[in-house]
Ligand binder design. Structure first.
Ligand code: FRU
Length: 466
């Protein structure tokens, strides 16, 4: 598409569909979602000293994975976000099949994007360029073009640059696939943003003690947290286990040590970052010493296309903003404290779970303490059971109505649950485990508790943040 054709088609789509989307009973009241079309990965998450910026993969023209643009929001408080001009359209020869995921940095005072230009050929193959764009006076972005082509020995699936600065050098991690289809994360280094040098494979399938760990690793993100290094990655094609890695594509992390002088990363096993039905392609940024994260509350699988919101011209949403921390050597994820400003009408209750009052509406936050066994039902389509040191989240499939399950194991003493019109984020033991899922109830929006044990319950209604 040319830029002007693209912009006029997007304007039409927004005018035609956005009112319908906003009125949808499943449209989030306080999570970020597309005004029309399809949203996927969070991109370019950063803070410029005044505003947080969150870009996102956006197909404004359909509810499919086509026409990938970068949408752009900014916020002063991580709660209310304002739409900004569309940042990137796939209108150049080097990004004509999508301005794919990437990151942002503030460079010489300018918001600078690094993204993947995706190019497909008639024979089904593809290539990828890592590209730059800088913010202009009008709040849009001027493309500077490709700064990196495909490395030798890898397929056309090389994408999702996450860049950062350390001392006087720039670093980039890039998702990649070898010619014999193994997923890897590549590490690059640069003295300035236009000239990158490949250092090598940082992690991936058949490296660092991992066996066959998938055919493609997407959306890498490497950062230091309290003396540990964490590599977030989305390995595609890893083997499903009985209780883990059950989504068609998983979001996971490796924890270990990274040495800037040898550029080696030593790490342990792959750990799932979120055990729910929908969580993928997370991205982090560091702001005033805090490591903040957004994830896409979706997964690229065959089932997404059965979601009922497509009838109203939109699909998918972001997670809530979260903060990552290391406590006693383990990674924790919790909703950022700023979200507490949405809380209103606090209610406390204690007693046998069977006697707990039902909760009306889904724009709520719950805290539950003292749990041995417990069942929480969210209307007719989602259930959380806690029993024998295991949480089982069951949900009715949008495709065929069958119940499916996801699992998290641990001695669960505390639950924090953030709900919205069609999503739930469940934090176990103050964020040691998380399950994020969408759900689409057909019955009245009610949350019910059952169980023979005593629980302590705190509930808040949540204000709209739109
Ligand atoms: C992850 C992903 C990325 C890619 C983008 C395209 O969901 O497949 O690897 O850059 O989405 O929208």
């Amino acid at each position: 598409m040319t830029k002007s054709e693209g912009l006029s088609a997007i304007l039409q789509a927004v005018m035609r569909n956005s009112a319908k989307a906003a009125k949808d009973k499943y449209y989030p009241r306080w999570h970020l979602a597309p005004i029309t079309g399809l949203l996927n990965d969070p991109n370019g998450f950063c803070f410029d000293g005044k505003y947080y910026h969150l870009f996102y993969q956006w197909d404004p023209l359909s509810c499919e994975h086509k026409n990938k643009c970068w949408g752009h929001w900014r916020s002063k408080d991580l709660i209310t976000w304002q739409h900004q001009p569309i940042a990137l359209l796939p209108d150049e020869f080097y990004d004509k099949d999508g301005c794919y995921s990437g990151s942002a940095v503030i460079h010489q005072g300018q918001l600078t994007l690094c993204y993947t230009g995706n190019v497909k050929f008639d024979d089904g193959s593809r290539t990828a360029w890592q590209c730059l764009a800088v913010e202009n006076q009008r709040g849009g972005f001027d493309k500077l073009g490709p700064v990196l082509g495909l490395p030798e020995g890898y397929s056309g699936h090389v994408r999702d640059p996450k860049i950062w600065q350390h001392n006087d050098k720039w670093y980039m991690v890039l998702g990649a696939q070898t010619l014999d289809k193994q997923g890897k994360v590549l590490l690059y280094r640069a003295s300035h943003l236009y000239q990158w040098q490949l250092i090598g494979e940082l992690a991936g399938s058949h490296l660092g003690g991992l066996d066959d760990a998938g055919y493609m690793w997407e959306c890498p993100d490497l950062f230091e947290l309290s003396g540990h290094f964490i590599l977030l990655t989305c390995p595609q094609g890893i083997k499903k286990e009985q209780y883990r890695f059950l989504n068609s594509h998983s979001s996971a992390y490796l924890m270990g040590s990274f040495d800037y002088s040898t550029l080696q990363f030593q790490h342990g096993d792959l750990i799932e970052l979120d055990a729910g039905f929908e969580f993928y392609a997370p991205q982090t940024t560091q702001v005033n010493g805090r490591r903040l994260l957004f994830g896409w509350m979706g997964v690229p699988d065959g089932e997404e296309m059965y979601q009922p919101t497509i009838a109203n011209g939109w699909i998918h949403q972001m997670t809530c903003p979260r903060e990552l921390q290391i406590r006693e050597g383990q990674l924790y994820q919790q909703p950022v404290k700023e979200l507490q400003q949405l809380r209103q009408n606090v209610q406390y209750w204690q007693g046998i779970a069977d006697d707990a009052p039902e909760i009306n509406g889904f724009c709520v936050e719950l805290e539950v303490e003292l749990i041995d066994s417990l069942l929480i039902q969210f209307s007719d389509s989602l259930e959380l059971t806690i029993e024998n040191n295991q949480a089982i989240l069951k949900r009715r499939s949008v495709k065929n109505g069958e119940w499916q399950s996801r699992f998290w194991s641990g001695d669960i003493k505390h639950l924090q649950i953030l709900c919205d019109s069609s999503s739930v984020e469940i934090f176990f033991n103050h964020g040691l485990g998380v399950m994020s899922s969408r759900f689409f109830p057909s019955a009245k929006k009610i949350i019910n508790f059952s169980g023979k044990n005593t629980i302590k319950l705190t509930t808040w209604q949540l204000n709209d943040a739109l």
